[in-house]
Design a protein around this ligand. Structure first.
Ligand code: B1M
Length: 210
């Protein structure tokens, strides 16, 4: 559809108002929030990522794209959350120390809320102490960690090792995700599962709750 292509272009150009408008129009045309999210916003950001990697886009531009994406996500968030799904369990989720990427984490949080999970988002750049404190305070069924950089993803092991040291590793399931990760990495750091995207995270989380 033309409008979807337009939205990807607007996201690329960091045009927040246009992305919001496009999101609303697609919804008004009967698109599901999930389809708007994946086909327009996530796909748009994938293209941004390619050109960022290739040195065509730079940090300031990508920041604008990220902000445009977030404003679109803000429209979709309540719609995704109001699914009326039965209560599933509790998730604490945060991006690891040194890493400020939060779009993927936010998206996972939104979808998990929609699936009936109680989501406590501890934000970005979390040192191990933050994770431990959140586990102690909220007693989640699942801990989710996000990392988008090859330099920050090893920190997940620091957190899991600290949980082991405290004897709380088995108090919750640990799910990890982020673009540079893979299943081998998830196994290597001692996570219960690696989650490729938000939809898979929801499936995995539901399975663990059975
Ligand atoms: Co950054 N950045 N960035 N960046 N950035 C990447 C990650 C990069 C791959 C771009 C590239 O070169 N192609 C590259 C990393 C290279 C590497 O490590 N090998 C990179 C770099 C280098 C950097 C900087 C170092 C650039 C610089 O300063 N020179 C810098 C680092 C800052 C820091 O964190 N310390 C930086 C900064 C930024 C911005 C601030 C400009 C911005 C972030 C804005 C924000 O998040 N608020 C940004 C962005 C937007 C990106 C790209 C373009 C897009 C990331 C994104 O939002 N994707 C990214 C390119 C790419 O990923 N290919 C890139 C959309 C999102 C929906 O996908 O986050 O993968 P994703 O999440 C998915 C899954 O991965 C999974 O589910 C999500 C939804 O399906 N998932 C989880 C993620 N977390 C999960 C947790 C779970 C489960 C599943 O827990 C259970």
């Amino acid at each position: 559809e033309d409008l979807v292509q337009q939205m990807r272009d607007d996201l690329y150009d960091g045009l927040k108002d246009e992305v919001e408008e496009g999101t609303n129009i697609l919804l008004a045309r009967g698109w599901s929030p999930y389809d708007v999210l994946t086909q327009a916003l996530v796909e748009g950001m994938r293209i941004v990522g390619e050109d960022f990697r290739d040195g065509i886009l730079f940090v300031p531009e990508v920041l604008l794209s990220a902000n445009a994406m977030k404003s679109g996500m803000n429209i979709l968030r309540p719609l995704l959350a109001e699914s009326g799904a039965p209560q599933q369990g509790k998730l604490v989720i945060g991006t690891v120390k040194g890493d400020i990427h939060d779009i993927g984490k936010n998206l996972v949080g939104m979808m998990m809320e929609g699936a009936g999970f109680d989501v406590i988002d501890i934000g970005i750049n979390n040192p191990v102490e933050n994770y431990l404190a959140a586990i102690e305070e909220h007693k989640p069924d699942i801990l989710g960690m996000s990392a988008l950089l090859t330099t920050t993803m090893p920190y997940m092991k620091v957190v899991i090792d600290a949980m082991k040291e405290r004897g709380i590793r088995n108090d919750c399931f640990v799910l990890v995700g982020g673009a540079p990760l893979n299943e081998d990495f998830g196994n290597a750091v001692g996570a219960d599962a690696y989650c490729r995207d938000a939809a898979i995270t929801v499936e995995m989380a539901k399975d663990f709750m059975k």
